[in-house]
Design a binder for this molecule. Sequence first.
Ligand code: SF4
Length: 962
Amino acid sequence: MFKIFSSNPVHDPINKQAPATEIKKTTCYMCACRCGIRAHLREGKLVYIDGNPEHPLNQGVICAKGSSGIMKQNSPARITQPLLRKAGSERGNGEFEPISWEKAFDILTERLAKIRATDPKKFALFTGRDQMQALTGLFARQFGTPNYAAHGGFCSVNMAAGMIYTIGGSFWEFGGPDLDQAKLFVMIGTAEDHHSNPMKIALSKFKRAGGRFISINPVRTGYSAIADEWIPIKPGTDGALFMALMHELIRLEKYDAPFLKRFSNSSQLVCMDSGPEEGLFLYDPDSDPLNTDLPHNKYIWDETSQSAKPCFAKGTSPALLGEYVMGPGPHQGKKVVPSFELLKRQVSETTPEWAAAITSIPAERIRKLALEMADTAFGQEFELPIQWTDSWGEKHDSVTGRPVAFHAMRGLSAHSNGFQTTRGLAVLMSLLGTIDRPGGFRHKAPYPRQVPPNAKPPSSENDIKPNTPLAKPPLGWPTQPEDLALDSDGKPLRIDKAYSWEHPLAAHGLMHNVITNAVKGDPYSIDTLMIFMANMSWNSTMNTMEVREHLNAKNDDGEFKIPFLVVCDAFQSEMVDFADLVLPDTTYLERHDVMSMLDRPISEFDGPVDSVRIPVLEPLGECKPFQEVLIELASRLKFPAFTTPEGERKFKDYPDFITRFQTTPDSGIGFLGGWRGKDGDKPLRGEPNPNQWQKYAENNCVHQYHMPPEHQYMRNWNKGYLDFSKENALRQKNDPIMIAIYSDILQRFRLASTGKRPGAQPPEHLKARIYKYFDPLPFWYPPLEDEATDLTKFTLNAITQRPMAMYHSWDSQNAWLRQIHSHNYLYVNTATALKSGIADGAWMWIESQWGKVRCMARHSEAVDPGTVWTWNAIGKAESAWSLTNDADESKKGFLLNHLISEELPLGGFTVSNSDPITGQAGWYDVRVRLAPADENEPKETWPQVKAFEVPGMVLKKSGETK
Ligand code: SF4
């Protein structure tokens, strides 16, 4: 519990003499959902937060976290001044001296300027659950370091990349289920999670309208509690379920053949001859490629003329199945098949019986599920009388509704097989014809984007030069081995080995390997690591205890292996203790912020929406928004984008930067799309408007653009929409975005591993790995951890879920939310627990091959018998987050991370415990066993770790700082 209680209530609701309330609107950040809120202030003090009824996202709905923002503001764990670790003290002991911001900036400027002038990649910037990646990414690019990423690599990059490399969009911010028009909703691998309040609103309407909701999840929590049916599934096996569902749909010929022929690459011809074109699409040199990066000039097999034709030729009848030989022309004699034929072959053996043995879902249930999906998609098809024109100029009088909607997130993603699993879901949805159609999956601007988007990461040493911005953005979307971030010796250019042969499509980086790699000097050492808003010595890292040692590791000369560690956060945490320099951030109520179209906006299905935060309170103490820190550093370091031609500082502060920055000179595109143009009358594109912030303030902090109905569906191939998206820089081109049932991009990497493709080749020890996992068609394989584990000893899967009332580690300092969760249990199916001799509520051990943890058990029927689970990030180090040293969080709460390794020994070498394609952390792959704790053991969790108070933390009772 807190060390000091106040005897005065925060406010007295029955005091009739209470002074007038002032209401200020801003955007919540108690989780990543970004609901509109109203902050109620009396005499300048925050007394109440409620949902903004005029906000399009949450329409006034607020959750427990959102309304508890007031206690975050009053948290005793706030840090209030910059801190420098005392000379000679060990990291982790919390021995700091307060310093001024001027000194902090001087230290940083001097150090970073030296790195930038010599070897810019020695500076690494990694950020946690922030919402300003367009700014942090710009900062890294201008600095000239490739070593930048946000938290996506350990969160849900498989979900983003698997979908974007297939349909050009993904779930949550990028798209979602159209529950207003769906009849069947299948939620798989999603707990109380992203898109929280909008999902609750939509589910409530959907259920009231008679929709059927099926939840497929190892655990029945969160949204699953109101599902009509819960289908338990073994973690990491969702891909097998999708393979079996596709097997059934194709076997029964219940798929949307016209949709696949017109809008996907299903009918496009793949070369089957051995050699450099093997498994690749053939190209017609006489047709317009439309897009030189990802050309469209492929062939189909025309069943009428029995010959190959350019794929967009009019009057053809494309085949989906069969094997053919190319006639006269540049490819004469080559054997070809439509890619759908290859998909049919791929799923020919993945029967429901095959999947039942993997997933633990009975074969009969899988069969019925496939039928239920098909019957709803095709039996309940409907037309909306909306005229639209496709990319080939054909006019349509209506759009077809296929009312089966899906939603999936981390449950699919956080496995080392998550990319191919997500591809499986995207292809399944495509077979049902539910992509950007009424009742199915719908995109949100700026998506759909090209498959994949055209940004490429740095791909040679020449892209990284002293005192020069990176030639390319630090993060991108490779389409071929030549795009990988490798030096001339084939070694990774990045500290996290993203875009190396170990993880070629690592679109969000691998933050979970940065500390370990930097300490090992593999692939090289760095000088300065800057971490923003990520608890990398606790719940945001795997192998927690060893990573904490890594942070303190020294060379023989006594110098730290990571010489300088900068941590920016608003609260004292397990991570802050390890910093050399602490930069005190503001809360979300004390700063400007943007949810930008250049980044992760809050768009709706019917058009682009972006939003802002506007401070409702003054920053506490000397807290400074991290955005301001970046603008200040960028100005002092004279980054070109932040400096005038005369060498002067370009932007006064962050709000000024947001108002005046344009992606290229005079592009008219900036961070915010609302009220652009000198007079504020231009939406999305227009010259900077000095009054833009004011307009957002007057309009609920949000700008919503409604597209006409004819632009709202079929956007991958909707000419009107694609023209609109190009005009407004949502995309660079307006060519159609074909669904990649078959990924020739993956095949290029696979081909490189066989030596048949000219150009870059993987190193010998990774050839088999690339060949196996870069299958151009979805497939299921067991998570990599299974290979490294004795499954006869560690028989159970262990996963975490995110509680409704807390978001990551952010809320353990929140007096209201702690009353809901002050500690966590390990939830074990009753039969499983009893078999291990573990009573309900008893102390027990959970053990993996990597470590063990003592915790408390809770029997449950709402979990698959082969799986155990707990809430994420409730357990804390002693005294962290300003909790007392006997707080439940550190004595009864526990962290599953101790059981998970960041690396795996596989095939004679060590690799990241991640998806071999994207580098997504395999959080949910760990295997465990259980045992009761001995009666004589202490009744507290193990391992025990101590955190330390730091100078400047808020003393709650007096309101002073110490
Ligand atoms: S769902 Fe998230 S953003 Fe919305 S009110 Fe709750 S905490 Fe705030």
